[in-house]
Design a protein around this ligand. Structure first.
Ligand SMILES: NC(=O)c1ccc[n+]([C@@H]2O[C@H](COP(=O)([O-])OP(=O)(O)OC[C@H]3O[C@@H](n4cnc5c(N)ncnc54)[C@H](OP(=O)(O)O)[C@@H]3O)[C@@H](O)[C@H]2O)c1
Length: 336
């Protein structure tokens, strides 16, 4: 297959290259695309060096599948052109996620045979993917009324630039105890090293930041539950890779027994239960980084209300939260 990656030089794009390689996706010809700034950059793929080209409309001639990870405005401009030229598009940006006709696809959860004919698939927000992977299998144990979620999101969720900022601010802090001067911080971000801050996306009239609003609407769409209540607080922590999330599920009636929850999660595909109370071993960001599975643990009831179940989850948001999920969609789409 002729495979294009738009945003091949970015955090998700780089991970897409690794996942395509590792899963032996049938790439006959790879076309890495990025902005004009990166033209001529050499990237490694399957032991060879491939050259980045500019993402222009003509680049999509003859492309079978195009993975987009270059931001919503680039997707809005180029996805229709890629589809016009016959490419199936799998888009990591937020551009098309909430369009009713576009599947917001997590293959373990919601793809159906009727989606096979589509030529555009949206990969959900990374925090929403990790959340729904853990929550979806538990719907067979009872009707859920509400999810209360607090996130601990890593720098790589903000792309390669945010990772660089965390590294540089940490180096500066270790040498001067203050970190980078405010005027050197990118995009008006707060200090990052040894700090925790509310997610750096714009706040709406209701006081929710954009990440929280995405997690709410996309979780409902992924699960096909438009009336599910969600209370979400998104926060960045000084971690390079993998998001953690504290999740409280409120069931309509009694929360299911902990052992049944554990068994259900162990049985679900794409999840690994890490829940050793004696050894105090639970999911963490370093454990989840570079792994495919979403890790789930701290499975427990809340003594204050018999309807509540708590979970603590960790998932590599570049892997299952973006690149792996995108490649899984392509594998599903082209599987005969
Ligand atoms: N990071 C995550 O965990 C994550 C998870 C899920 C979804 N996403 C989504 O994936 C997309 C990429 O995120 P990222 O984290 O990989 O960002 P990133 O590291 O900043 O990479 C951005 C990529 O977009 C390319 N790009 C920028 N402007 C362009 C233009 N005008 N034309 C063509 N290419 C252009 C960049 O190319 P140059 O190197 O040439 O500038 C780079 O390859 C975003 O839509 C993001 O919301 C990210």
């Amino acid at each position: 297959m002729r495979v294009a990656i738009v945003g091949a030089t970015g955090a998700v794009g780089q991970e897409l290259l690794r996942v395509l390689e590792a899963r032996n996706f049938p790439v006959g010809h790879l076309l890495p695309l990025a902005s004009a700034r990166s033209v001529g950059t050499r990237l490694a793929f399957r032991g060879e060096s491939v050259t980045v080209q500019e993402a222009t409309v003509d680049a999509f001639d003859g492309v079978d599948v195009a993975f987009f990870s270059a931001g919503a405005s680039r997707s809005c401009a180029l996805v229709p052109e890629a589809r016009k030229r016959g490419a199936v598009v799998i888009d990591n940006s937020s551009a098309f996620r909430m369009m009713p006709e576009v599947p917001l696809a997590v293959p373990e959860i919601n793809l159906t045979e009727s989606d096979k004919a589509k030529t555009l698939y949206a990969v959900p927000n990374c925090t929403a993917i990790i959340l729904t992977m853990a929550v979806a299998p538990l719907r067979q144990l009872g009707v859920m009324r509400r999810l209360i979620v607090s996130t601990y999101q890593s720098a790589s969720g903000g792309g390669a630039g945010m990772m660089r900022y965390l590294e540089q601010d940490t180096e500066a802090f270790l040498s001067n105890r203050e970190g980078m001067p405010p005027e050197d911080r990118p995009d008006g971000l707060p200090a990052y090293a040894f700090n925790v801050f509310s997610h750096n996306t714009p706040i709406d009239a209701r006081g929710r930041n954009e990440e929280e609003a995405k997690v709410i609407s996309e979780t409902r769409k992924i699960l096909g539950e438009p009336n599910l209540h969600l209370n979400v607080t998104c926060v960045r922590v000084p971690v390079l890779r993998a998001h953690c999330e504290s999740v409280c599920i409120e069931f309509e009636e009694y929360a299911p027994p902990v052992e049944l929850v554990r068994q259900t999660l162990e049985f679900a595909s794409g999840l690994a239960v890490v829940d050793d109370r004696q050894a105090n071993q639970f999911p963490n960001a370093r454990l989840a980084a570079h792994t495919d599975d979403v890790l789930v643990g701290r499975i427990r009831h809340d003594g204050s209300d018999p309807r509540l179940l708590n979970l603590w989850i960790a998932g590599d948001q570049l892997r299952k939260g973006a690149a792996l999920n995108a490649v899984q969609i392509a594998e599903w789409k082209f599987r005969s």
